[in-house]
Design a protein around this ligand. Structure first.
Ligand SMILES: *[C@@H]1O[C@H](CO)[C@@H](O)[C@H](O)[C@H]1NC(C)=O
Ligand SMILES: *[C@@H]1O[C@H](CO)[C@@H](O)[C@H](O)[C@H]1NC(C)=O
Ligand SMILES: *[C@@H]1O[C@H](CO)[C@@H](O)[C@H](O)[C@H]1NC(C)=O
Length: 275
């Protein structure tokens, strides 16, 4: 093979493309060959998946990657198509900065999908391209405000981001005029915890890195085809906020919110996975 590659630059190019494709196919093979049926909610055999690096400093020193993937079933439970969505975070040798662990804090990741299309791009990990810089800024502010308020009320909660998002889906914030109203037009916004910080030991427990075999969360969306889901923008919200047993924070700026907006192009004909 080496002699071919070196014999002419054109052949070299063809062969390196060939190998690039082969490597890609081999790389994708294990995921495609996995046995994960559509109705198994513990895994996802994706017709499409995508990942975006997210900066979650100061707690986690290296970027973490957010993965979003879905499988599709053209007949679902009967006649209507359905998709199964999964998401997870991947940590590549994560390093935690213990010096920033000054309170009991819970970090969560939410993924919102449905009734919103757009073109990811620009700051806030692609969200500014979907809805503009004003919406990203105002949404982060509104979420921080709600988390700050929640942690000051004394009402019990176990998952701060999940608690406020549930409230917002039921009664969307009327002040968020810079954001598209369909932002809240979803039945549910699944949320999972991925890190817990505790004092006085100054420890952070990170949930393990996920994969198609071990997503943080999966759920089913009725009447959605793979083609339709490919056009949807998946909005991830990552938060770091006071745990219930923490002292209330001094200001909203002690609460962290990161956004990420991604799309996953459909895998074409493989969208007929009906296993
Ligand atoms: C889209 O909006 C409709 C109408 O509000 C709602 O019934 C549906 O559940 C939404 N889709 C998703 C995926 O949440
Ligand atoms: C499924 O979606 C199609 C088009 O989006 C709509 O016309 C139809 O009423 C939906 N069916 C159900 C059961 O929601
Ligand atoms: C923080 O979490 C630890 C361990 O769960 C607990 O013992 C402590 O009371 C919590 N609150 C504060 C303010 O340290």
């Amino acid at each position: 093979m080496k002699s071919f590659v070196s014999s002419s630059p054109v052949m070299g190019f063809l062969f390196s493309s060939f190998w690039a494709v082969l490597v890609l196919v081999l790389f994708l093979q294990p995921a495609a060959a996995q046995i994960c049926t559509f109705w198994d909610s513990s895994c996802v055999d994706p017709v499409a998946q995508t990942a975006v690096p997210v900066d979650f400093r100061p707690l986690i020193i290296r970027d973490i990657s957010l993965y979003y993937a879905y499988d599709a079933n053209p007949r679902g439970k009967g006649q209507e198509p359905m998709t199964k969505t999964g998401f997870w975070l991947s940590f590549d040798n994560p390093r935690v900065d213990k010096s920033v662990i000054t309170a009991n804090r819970t970090s969560e990741v939410a993924l919102r999908i449905g009734n919103m299309t757009g073109t990811p791009g620009g700051d806030n990990n692609g969200c500014d391209g979907v809805w503009g810089t004003d919406c990203s800024r105002d949404l982060k502010r509104a979420l921080k405000h709600a988390l700050f308020h929640l942690s000051s009320t004394g009402d019990y909660y176990s998952r701060p981001l999940e608690t406020i998002l549930n409230q917002m889906v039921v009664s969307p914030p009327t002040t968020l005029t810079s954001c598209p109203p369909q932002l809240w037009d979803v039945g549910t916004i699944p949320v999972e915890i991925f890190a817990q910080e505790t004092i006085p030991d100054q420890e952070a427990t990170l949930y393990s890195s996920g994969s198609t075999d071990d997503p943080l969360k999966t759920w089913y969306i009725d009447n959605m085809t793979a083609h339709e889901q490919a056009q949807q923008v998946a909005v991830a919200i990552l938060s770091r906020a006071p745990s219930y047993d923490s002292e209330p924070p001094d200001s909203q700026e002690d609460i962290q919110i990161e956004l990420a907006c991604v799309q996953a192009p459909s895998g074409g004909s493989s969208a007929t996975s009906n296993s």
